[in-house]
Design a protein around this ligand. Structure first.
Ligand SMILES: [Zn+2]
Ligand SMILES: [Zn+2]
Length: 249
């Protein structure tokens, strides 16, 4: 959600301070380019009343819902169970939660699996804020009752194989990152160890404090360093460090 402090932040439509306890509409993320006329409303907070009666609302809400639908495609944990021009429904089996976002408000309703059927029958407890909410839900509820009457149906409507592919890709990326990290650590430590060997037959002085005594710090899984015993300066044998030692100025 947009960062806001009630009593301090301003409504992006009427620009008045948002009082504590006000009914608000907020979006998170920036999905419009900065030349778009509605750009400044992204990632902002508004009075529900300002939002509900705002002439830009439909276009803004639709663009927000489309952005959320697009985000879903790259999210391995939430699956899209339903999408048409009016409503987006996503589901997370691990959280046992269903999210409903009507396109004409961009408002997101989170409903637990155990409350889904009751909510489909009567979502009144959540739409007290403005008549626009009840109108919008009245439009999409018959559709949801028909297509997604039970949480099992909602879960079954998702292409989980595509989500598994996303998870597999994520795992492959993590493994590759881990390997790259290990490789770079190995290279660093090899270089440091060769550098340490050079110290054995030279009387190099620390370029920072001119002290002649050093120690090698080596620990499994950590970067090794040659450390000056007096000033604590750390070296790993980079080319520029080697020049400082062999050619002090
Ligand atoms: Zn306002
Ligand atoms: Zn030193």
């Amino acid at each position: 959600m947009a960062l806001m402090m009630q009593g301090h932040s301003r409504c992006s439509i009427c620009e008045e301070i948002l009082p504590e306890g006000a009914s608000l509409f907020a979006t998170s993320g920036v999905w419009l380019t900065n030349s778009h006329p509605l750009f400044r409303y992204c990632d902002s907070v508004m009075h529900w009343n300002c939002y509900a009666t705002w002439e830009g609302r439909k276009e803004f809400a639709r663009s927000y819902a489309e952005f959320c639908a697009e985000n879903e495609r790259s999210n391995p944990y939430w699956g899209m169970a339903y999408l048409d021009r009016r409503v987006l429904v996503t589901v997370s089996p691990s959280r046992k939660e269903i999210k409903v976002m009507p396109f004409s408000t961009g408002l997101e309703y989170s409903v637990g699996f155990d409350g889904w059927q009751a909510w489909l029958k009567d979502p009144r407890q959540v739409y007290q804020r403005h008549p626009l909410e009840s109108e919008t839900l009245a439009e999409v509820l018959p559709l949801l009752r028909r297509h997604l009457p039970h949480p099992d149906v909602v879960v079954a409507a998702v292409d989980w194989e595509a989500k598994q592919r996303l998870l597999d890709e994520e795992e492959r990326r993590n493994e590759a990152q881990q390997k790259a990290h290990e490789r770079s650590l190995e290279e660093h430590n090899e270089r440091c160890s060769l550098f340490w060997n050079l110290f054995q037959d030279k009387s190099w002085a620390c370029p920072k404090c001119e002290n002649l005594e050093f120690r090698l710090s080596e620990r499994a899984g950590k970067k090794s360093f040659v450390i000056c015993r007096r000033c604590g300066a750390m070296f790993s044998g980079t080319e520029s460090e080697k020049r400082q030692f062999s050619d002090p100025n």
